[in-house]
Write a protein that binds this ligand. Structure first.
Ligand SMILES: Cc1cc2nc3c(=O)[nH]c(=O)nc-3n(C[C@H](O)[C@H](O)[C@H](O)COP(=O)(O)OP(=O)(O)OC[C@H]3O[C@@H](n4cnc5c(N)ncnc54)[C@H](O)[C@@H]3O)c2cc1C
Length: 511
């Protein structure tokens, strides 16, 4: 059988992409190297992952948020208070997040800077266990018809003009398209000759699960030390950053060597009585220079790697899947030209590059040097200011993300506001079928456009919203990104927006 799309890797990104494709009826095969979805590295404490606003919105827009939230590790922060209210003044002081371990306070964040973020039940942060998240996504993907083959790691790839041939687990598979979601050491990326450019590691990160003779020897929390960084979460979860240029990455540790490392980095005479688990990671930051080569695409860690500082990689990868999913569906169905897939790279590569820079900047603040300590003290002062906290929140929560779609309106390229219609439905709910949505708030708005919305697969709804932000109409892509918006009498340009967004060869639905 030839699949529409073969996905390498049943990590969170491959699984969300499978959901997106299968929801629209594509035939999808997911090939996964690991025989079992269970791993201690995906379970707590090592499997703790922070989700940001774009991810939570994406999950809401596919009806997956409740299932993910049911397994959340910590209570999520509610979204920022509605713009224009003094709500933040009455909040007790809570942490909004951090940058290189420098915290910013929630009550210092000015959410009025993001007037397009309407009040919504969808928050800006949630902590989940990676394994639980994958389980929710795998269950949905399979319910929608995805075939997931575990213990079938991709070994080789042959790219043809009409299809891609993949050898995995000793068997051969064929797909019209192949997407490498096979993580930072992606075989698909290497096999298909993608170049992966960036910077080498400055440190090795160690995550340890240990028993300590006397846990009070270490101070809980995150500390920059003369040798690196030590983050202690009692009773026995420890993260260390050793500025060794990455030499310690993937080097096995036993109890003695782990203890020596801990003593050296923390500067404390801690004694490890038992070592349960040890794993390493680095701050190497690399990004594929292209996300597409012919019929092969990359998403998630396969397309970009960076240090996990500040928890952005998973969010970045899930954003890739949302962006790529509906485009691949349109191409598979013959509704859009292949060129539409090039907009995936054009839109997502700059977002990825920005995250890599964010992680590099954090490393610069963490270096065990006098200069970095001085710089960190200045950033800490700035984080205490309202402007500073708001800037950090915007980047950490992902609420300022905007794709470059031409900016014909300030909302274009942004995640859609979660409009509440007068009949009680929210924008997030309207997107659940994976369809584009045209909302016409103003009954007087005459779109006089040559777009057959029904044939273009657009759900069209004419109804006022509780707060329409002064818009008369708005077109939202299946991934929840605003493609076109109009306020007042200015309602032209819808046809052009649909055409640009579907690819220039376009759908026949556009007259
Ligand atoms: C300590 C740590 C903490 C982190 N915290 C956060 C956080 O709080 N927030 C955040 O956003 N990100 C965080 N990240 C990053 C995040 O975990 C990754 O960015 C995310 O898991 C990437 O998802 P993925 O699906 O692209 O790749 P992966 O999760 O790596 O999944 C890839 C899958 O492909 C499979 N595979 C590998 N090779 C093959 C092959 N040849 N054929 C088939 N399958 C293959 C693998 O077995 C795996 O199942 C953290 C990372 C670490 C290490």
């Amino acid at each position: 059988m030839r699949y529409d799309v073969v996905i390498a890797g049943a990590g969170p990104v491959g699984l969300l992409l499978a959901c997106e494709l299968c929801q629209a009826g594509s035939a999808v095969l997911v090939l996964e190297q690991a025989a079992s979805p269970d791993s201690p590295l995906k379970r707590l404490p090592f499997g703790l992952r922070g989700l940001n606003a774009p991810t939570l919105e994406a999950l809401d827009r596919r009806g997956l948020l409740d299932a993910v939230a049911a397994g959340q590790v910590l209570k999520p922060e509610k979204g920022p208070p509605p713009p224009g209210t003094a709500h933040w003044l009455s909040q007790p002081r809570k942490l909004g997040g951090h940058f290189a371990g420098i915290p910013f306070a929630l009550d210092n964040v000015d959410s009025g800077r993001w007037p397009w973020r309407l009040p919504s039940p969808v928050g800006t942060q949630m902590a989940v266990e990676l394994q639980a998240l994958e389980a929710v996504l795998a269950e949905r993907a399979q319910a929608l018809g995805a075939v997931i083959l575990r213990g079938a790691g991709v070994q080789s790839v042959r790219m043809g003009a009409d299809e891609v041939q993949v050898e995995a687990g000793g068997q051969a598979f064929r797909g019209r398209w192949l997407v490498g979601c096979d993580g930072g050491r992606s075989t698909v990326r290497k096999q298909c000759g993608f170049s992966f450019a960036g910077t080498d590691p400055e440190f090795t990160g160690h995550s340890l699960s240990v028993e300590l003779e006397d846990p009070t020897v270490l101070s809980p929390g995150r500390h920059t030390t003369a040798q690196g960084m030590c983050n202690f979460n009692p009773p026995g979860t420890i993260a260390l950053a050793d500025f060794d240029g990455g030499a310690g990455h993937r080097q096995p540790l036993d109890r003695e060597s782990a203890q020596a490392l801990l003593r050296r980095i923390s500067g404390r005479e801690a004694t490890i009585t038992a070592l349960h688990l040890a794993t390493t990671w680095t701050d190497g930051a690399r990004q594929a220079t292209a996300y597409r080569r012919g019929r092969v695409l990359l998403a998630g860690d396969a397309a970009h790697v960076h240090s996990p500082l500040g928890g952005q990689g998973l969010n970045l990868g899930l954003g890739d899947a949302m962006n790529l999913g509906w485009k691949l569906v349109a191409v598979v169905r013959g509704e859009a030209a292949d060129a539409l897939l090039d907009t995936y790279q054009a839109e997502r590569h700059p977002i990825g590059a920005r995250v890599l820079e964010w992680s590099r900047a954090q490393v610069a603040l963490m270096r065990p040097s006098a200069g970095s300590r001085a710089l960190a003290a200045i950033v800490a002062d700035l984080a205490e200011t309202r402007d500073g906290a708001t800037y950090l929140a915007e980047r950490v929560w992902g609420v300022g993300q905007q794709l470059d779609l031409g900016h014909t309106h300030p909302l274009v390229g942004r995640s859609t506001p979660d409009f509440l219609l007068v009949d009680g439905r929210r924008m997030g709910e309207l997107l659940r079928a994976g369809q584009a949505v045209l909302l016409v708030f103003d009954a007087a708005a005459s779109l006089c456009e040559e777009v057959d919305v029904e044939r273009a697969g657009i759900l069209s709804i004419a109804q006022p919203a509780i707060d329409s932000l002064g818009l008369s109409a708005l077109l939202v892509r299946p991934d929840g990104i605003v493609a076109w918006a109009s306020d007042g009498a200015e309602v032209a340009g819808l046809a052009r927006a649909v055409q640009e967004w579907t690819g220039s060869a376009g759908r026949e639905a556009i007259a």
